[in-house]
Write a protein that binds this ligand. Sequence first.
Ligand code: FES
Length: 366
Amino acid sequence: MSDDWVDLGDAGALAQNSLQRALAQDVPVALSCVNGAFGAVHGACNHVGGPLGNGALEGDYIVCPWHQWKFHRQTGVGEPGFEADRVPAFPVKIENGRVLVNVKAATKRSKAPHKAHPLARAVSRAEGPVRVAGLSTTAMQKQAPRYSGSDHLLESALATARAQGCETQLIKLNQLQFRACEGFYSKAARACTWPCSITQMDDKDQLTPVYEALVHWADVVLIATPIRWGQASSLYFKMAERLNCVQNQVTTHNRVLIRNKVAGFIIVGGQDNVQGVAGQMLGFFAELGFHFPQFPYIAHSRGWSAEDMENNVAAVRDSKELHEGAGQLAVRAIELAKCLLASDPATVIERGGRKAHRLIDNLRPA
Ligand code: FES
């Protein structure tokens, strides 16, 4: 046997699995067997390196377990329509009941040019006045919208921002159709991509304006939520899970997408737990990379025994103090954003320590 052939093991035993991972010297192999015919291709997917040997077989195609790209199990060629994408295929033979592959005689990997998603462009602030995005997270019937105290206060905050010369936009999550996070991160950290895997694969998913505003457009983001059972709204959490891909870029690529941006919060509930809701939101937006003004949230609740929500509605709607407070939250956030934009303190961010990562200096050659 020439040195180029690597023994992967007993053919009878390996034939028990239609698809499996194997290692030929240091090369990861996706080894398949259909009706006694073996196939061997490189184990790393063309997309972002998913482990093809952990995928599934669909006919003669291996389906990548991360985002379902498909490659022929023996030739490595992409599925029909995507033939320009191919992973290396290895000659494979049986000798003396052993499966042998030749990793030196692999076909070449080729990657078809894939148009990058618009969100993937470099983050670079366009010139212009401070930009304030309002994010409404309350859920309600489309055909019969109701009064929302958190939305009303958010509108007051945005009106104040406009009066300060800022550009504003209001995004209502209840007007967007978007999928829940489907746990790509739970497969592997690198399976969670920026832009979000769902956003890239499903052009009907409508969370893109939120990513655009948070990562690219806004200097200030004001997030408004009702309190539901002592927590922020369900739509808030649905959005937050989909923002994992923004935070995860720090983990997987040491890439900080959110810099020099400010977040503030508006929290309104008939019952309490304002501090608990604020704590969660502050913690999450801090992990995304946002800064906070002094006193980063305004809130209102009437307390445990106040079950008369119609009075709560009137209290928020008619409170001059709450609406002025919302405006002042916007002012504090805008002032901080101006300071950050003027000084640009975040050109380099050391990642070490936060999750026991090594400092950037330690990664540089001495
Ligand atoms: S489809 Fe294979 S890594 Fe994404």
